[in-house]
Write a protein that binds this ligand. Structure first.
Ligand code: PMP
Length: 377
């Protein structure tokens, strides 16, 4: 009998089916699907909110230099050089910084660090799709709390979950909206456990590279906050997988323990340090380019009769009828965007990353054609 034909279903006295424990997987994993959005290569890829202007120049040079050095040895255990560069960037002591293999890794490690299996993780919806997945992976129970109809944070509803870990994201992915500071502060003041503030897109807030935006520095002085950021977006280093977080020394130490050693590879660390110490002006210029492109794209979408949500990030969420069909039609025209189906308060929508204007012009042309084709059917 092949493995595929082994019947793992059993029926209890009440007649409901349950799964026998499989020797090769955890029962709680059976409901978790592989995260696999359509990432097939596309001529113009506006689907993942990375820096479409490219890699910071000194980071690239650092990468070439590091590649010629020996990689036969392990990298630093906890990426000390990167921590020091990030601490200077954040304006905190290095004991307040933890790094990881992408901010995904930091978020995943934080859940393991701060909640026991079976405890709750509250997160808004719509928000970052990986959060409920990381919660389940760690044996935790995700509780999704709808954002208010104006996409603000429903602080009291989040608190009512009594969750051990509360996750908020500002600017929020996929809506692009900035959460009100007072609402996040209310959650921080009253939460029974740790509050994770995901600021992956913070560099795009306000006029761009606004050091005071968000809670990055403040987190070091708060007992229950972890502010998570990434070098995958504004800093243009998504392929190197560098995430980090700030918090009190005690909070950060717990995440570091849970994350484990050697999570930032030697090449990534060297390039990231170069970006933080010598490419900041380049990054700031690209952030300004992104903000200009975003406003132009919003105008072009409105001219098509669409209404993008106000965004504080490097992408726009724009409601459209039948997002999957439109996303497919745009792909056929060489432009990838991220379709969302049935989002609370939004319905179907496309998330479009901003980039150089020539890319966005092609996106608008592809969208116009896809909408025209859709309405003719
Ligand atoms: N948080 C948010 C809100 C994101 O949008 C993303 C990437 N899409 C991440 C975290 C993870 O980014 P990374 O692992 O590349 O740092």
């Amino acid at each position: 009998m092949s493995a595929d034909t082994i019947d793992t279903q059993t029926v209890d006295a009440a007649g409901s089916a349950s799964r026998l424990p499989s020797p090769t997987s955890r029962t709680s994993y059976s409901a978790i699907e592989l995260y696999a959005p359509n990432r097939a290569p596309c001529r113009i890829d506006l689907s993942d909110n990375t820096n479409l202007w490219g890699v910071p120049p000194n980071a690239l040079a650092g990468l070439h230099a590091a590649a010629t050095a020996s990689v036969t040895r392990y990298p630093a255990l906890y990426a000390g050089a990167l921590k020091r560069a990030l601490a200077a960037y954040a304006g905190v002591g290095e004991q307040h910084v933890v790094t990881g293999c992408g901010s995904d890794d930091v978020l995943d490690s934080a859940m393991r660090a701060f909640a026991e299996p079976g405890e709750r993780v509250a997160c808004p919806t719509p928000s970052f799709a990986m959060i409920p997945i990381f919660a389940r992976m760690n044996g935790l129970v995700p509780v999704e709390v709808p954002l208010r109809p104006d996409f603000g944070l429903d602080a009291d509803a989040m608190l009512q979950t009594d969750a051990r870990v509360i996750y908020v994201c500002s600017p929020n992915n996929p809506t692009g909206t900035l959460l009100e500071r007072a609402a996040v502060e209310r959650v921080i003041e009253r939460a029974p456990g740790v509050v994770i503030v995901d600021e992956a897109y913070a560099e795009f807030v306000g006029g761009g590279m606004d050091g005071d935006a968000g809670f990055l520095r403040e987190a070091a002085g708060l007992p229950n906050v972890l502010v998570v950021r990434t070098m995958s977006k504004a800093f243009g280093l998504a392929g190197l997988r560098i995430g980090y977080a700030t918090g009190s020394a005690a909070v950060v130490a717990e995440v570091e323990k849970s994350r484990g050693p050697y999570k930032v590879n030697a090449l990534a660390e060297q390039a990231a340090v170069a970006a933080l110490t010598t490419d900041r002006a380049w990054v700031a210029d690209r952030v300004r380019d992104a903000l200009a492109s975003r406003e132009r794209l919003a105008g072009a979408l409105r001219a098509l009769g669409l209404t993008p949500l106000p965004s504080a990030a490097n992408f726009l969420l724009v409601p459209v009828p039948d997002a999957e069909a439109i996303g497919r039609a745009m792909r056929e025209r060489g432009v990838a965007v991220r379709p969302f189906v049935g989002l609370p308060h939004v319905g179907d929508a496309l998330r479009i990353s901003v980039g150089p204007w020539e890319m966005l012009e092609e996106c608008i042309a592809a969208l116009r054609e896809a909408l025209d084709t859709g309405t003719r059917h």
